[in-house]
Design a protein around this ligand. Structure first.
Ligand SMILES: CCCCC/C=C/C(=O)SCCNC(=O)CCNC(=O)[C@H](O)C(C)(C)COP(=O)(O)OP(=O)(O)OC[C@H]1O[C@@H](n2cnc3c(N)ncnc32)[C@H](O)[C@@H]1OP(=O)(O)O
Length: 288
């Protein structure tokens, strides 16, 4: 059934109401990889990442995420965002490794610029943002989670900046995001060792704020959002921006240098070789 047909279903219309359907329709036509449900009554948008099999972030998916963020930021009725996944085992597998393996320089450059934009847009969002982490969340997945104001994670999954395990280096703004959440010492341990932490380990160091069962993760996120939206927007937003702007300005000032560094680093023979091995192992593991 097409989305158009779905929205015509009387049951759905009765359940959600006309206003809600309109908001849903305007948001969902945007991309089938990023599903948005903006509730006009609460002003809360649930944004589901939906790029099978594992929500890995390629150029087009990152652009869709960015467009969605722009759209929500331009919608005055929207006050809060819950970021989650349509896959209940993987929140986001991080950057699409295929974007970095044997790449074309132009696309690699565009890919990195788009990731920088997503980071600035989500980290500096005017919205209250909650990550409902309903699956594994390595590297770029962990980055998205640490961009949010609050993290609720389902038990028995893993999260972390595991870049060093792939023979690559987490960029300074990935590290800054993590440090803002867990502090210098825990970031140092986590990033140098490329630790993938279980939900419980992540909770112990404050990387996630709540550990929950899969059935309740979205409801818990909605409940938490209510308390964030009780605060006047201007007070919450200015406080947030006061805390986040230094890191955003740091990347803004070094954007081009960061892109150049990324492209030079990724295209090194030794890094390509390490990525090749990593992909081979991933594929072997997936076949088992
Ligand atoms: C200066 C340089 C800075 C660069 C910064 C880099 C940041 C990054 O984000 S690098 C990416 C890091 N991500 C990972 O290391 C995650 C790797 N994936 C996994 O560990 C697992 O896939 C999983 C835990 C996320 C999910 O496990 P599972 O549900 O068992 O799924 P499979 O492992 O069977 O994977 C299915 C399918 O997807 C492919 N795949 C997985 N991750 C990625 C990825 N990040 N990019 C591209 N493709 C990925 C995997 O190879 C399988 O493919 P097929 O074999 O074709 O089915």
């Amino acid at each position: 059934m097409s989305l158009k047909q779905l929205f015509r279903q009387p049951m759905l219309r009765a359940m959600l109401g006309r206003q809600h359907i309109q908001a849903l329709r305007s948001m969902t036509t945007q991309s089938d990889k990023v599903l948005v449900d903006l509730d006009p009554k609460t002003g809360v948008a649930v944004v589901q990442m939906n790029r099978p099999p594992v929500n890995s972030l390629n150029l087009e998916f990152l652009s869709d995420i960015n467009n969605t963020l722009d759209k929500l930021h331009n919608d005055k009725s929207c006050r809060g965002l819950i970021l989650t996944s349509s896959n209940n085992k993987v929140f986001c597998a991080g950057l699409d490794i295929m974007e970095m393996y044997q790449p074309q320089t132009d696309r690699l450059t565009e890919f990195w610029k788009t990731l920088q934009n997503v980071w600035m847009n989500l980290y500096g969002s005017r919205l209250a943002t909650i990550a409902a982490i309903n699956g594994h969340s390595p590297a770029g997945g962990c980055l998205l989670a640490t961009c949010c104001d609050y993290r609720i994670m389902v038990q028995n999954f893993t999260i972390g900046l595991n870049e060093t395990q792939l023979g690559i280096i987490p960029p300074f703004w990935f590290v800054d995001s993590m440090e803002g959440v867990v502090g210098y010492r825990q970031t140092e341990l986590a990033c140098q060792k490329g630790l993938m932490m279980t939900t419980d380990q992540a909770s112990k160091i404050g990387l996630v704020d709540e550990v929950v069962t899969p059935e309740v993760v979205l409801q818990k996120a909605q409940n938490e959002m209510v308390s964030w939206l009780k605060i006047p927007d201007y007070a919450r937003q200015l406080t947030k921006s006061q805390m986040k702007m230094p890191n955003i300005n740091k990347l803004r000032a070094r954007r081009d240098e960061d892109v150049q560094h990324f492209v030079n680093f990724i295209t090194k023979d030794s890094v390509q070789q390490a990525l090749g091995f990593y992909i081979e192992n991933l594929k072997k593991k997936a076949k088992k």
